[in-house]
Design a protein around this ligand. Sequence first.
Ligand code: NG1
Ligand code: ZN
Length: 536
Amino acid sequence: NSIADGANQYPKPEHVNYTYGTAGFRTLATKLPSVLFRVGLLAVLRSKRLEGATIGIMVTASHNPEPDNGVKLVDPSGEMLDPSWEPHATTLSNCPSTESLISTFTTLANHLRVDLHQPANIVYARDTRPSGPELIKALETGLRVFGDSVKINDLGVTTTPILHYVVKATNDKTAEYGVPTKEGYNAKMAKAFTTLIGNKGPLAPLYVDCANGVGAVALKDFTDALGDLLPVHPLNTATTTQGALNHMCGADFVKTKQALPPSVHSSGVLSKPGSRACSFDGDADRIVFYYLNEEKANFRLLDGDKIAVMVAMFLVDLVVKAKLDEEHRLKVGVVQTAYANGSSTKYLTSRNIPVTCVSTGVKHLHHAAQRYDIGVYFEANGHGTVLFSDSAIKALKAASPQSPDAANAIKNLLAFSELINQAVGDALSDMLLVEAVLAHRGWGASDWDAGYEDLPNRLVKVEVPDRSIFVATDAERKLTNPPGLQEKIEEVMRKYEMGRSFVRPSGTEDCVRVYAEAKTNSEAENLALAITDLVR
Ligand code: NG1
Ligand code: ZN
């Protein structure tokens, strides 16, 4: 099979313009077969360019509705595709004809100095979407163009973070990171979690809304590996029911609606005092927790900001307890985006925990977190993880603790570094992280929630004729274009007590997002409306 055969089999639809954005390619699944074929070609190029290092490909549209799908590439370190290659993905996907695809591919291979005789290694997976198998076929056609020089590893139906883990572990020649399989990942997490919980278990039952997606599969596999330390009760596990995926459930629903999924509400599982639940998104790389407030049975959200704050505070305490000498006093920092609730930022800063604000998109958070010894990063919507630098791990392993307390703290810090996915945020691993911290603190959901009170906030999607005229700067907190708009936004903002608002073009949808927070619910609402009026 040649590029020509595959390209003819998967022609690019006319009048569609693709962009490899923050979430890779993402659109209606019916528009994607040609893209998948071409992504196969690009992944092979990238692997060959890196002398056969394993590249990952994930087919998913995360929290989007079931008819959508998407694809993104994972670099050998387990991180997102190097941004300098994103334009190559865009260019290949938009070649209008077989001829132009072949010539563009050849030019690209030359320009990138790819030796096509090099081997290539590709690992791929998909979520539970019904369009997945067809798209995987198109992808495989692209991979097969290069014959035996390409080795493939099909992980089947798996979560995004497991794919990232397998890529990272496969490329780790020291084999220290873990066995490069789903089972290897589960065993690694189960071991670390068992170390952390010890005789504190079994913990209170936890209800998990799986968004009717692939998280249900991963959760089942993991709990089978873990045993009864954490009694997990999965909800919304209908992975084969048409239209169920992400519908009225899942992390995105809960965060945007700031409400319980109706299915969780009607199940009544949260009515027992002290109960807590969490929601995964459609590919299980995001998680938010919630519970009902005891007096009023009010819905209380524990989102990515709440997770970041609790985890960072806890890790700081462990570092202090570990009493590493001053030279090795590991620096714990937090990375957020402009969507982080102002109260969370204030809380961290007032406790001397450094906070960095970066642009939306996991790759930005990930890179900023790498600059700390222990970098905690979370988007408010629940996507995040904690990175331990190599030197932090070295210092922990080399430490000679002077007390049982210090020894314990070091042991726990190392176990956390094993429990937490170092490649990308994982709902499953983050769920265990939260549970382990709660167990160590002896806290329930309301104790966790008590740290700070979120400022009331609104997130509004505004459809505009051309979102490219909106240009943001300063970690997307300000607009430089259209001219004069930022000044107007600030003028309105000043009228609201604790008012903060910003506008930025979405990187994943054809819209502009308006975020607003203020002292009261109605002020947040009014501020959001006033800014929306300015944008329209
Ligand atoms: P955009 O569409 O650029 O706002 C959204 C989320 C991001 C991130 C990406 C998915 C918000 C406000 N934005 O980005 O946090 O999760 O999708 O990769 O939630
Ligand atoms: Zn996701």
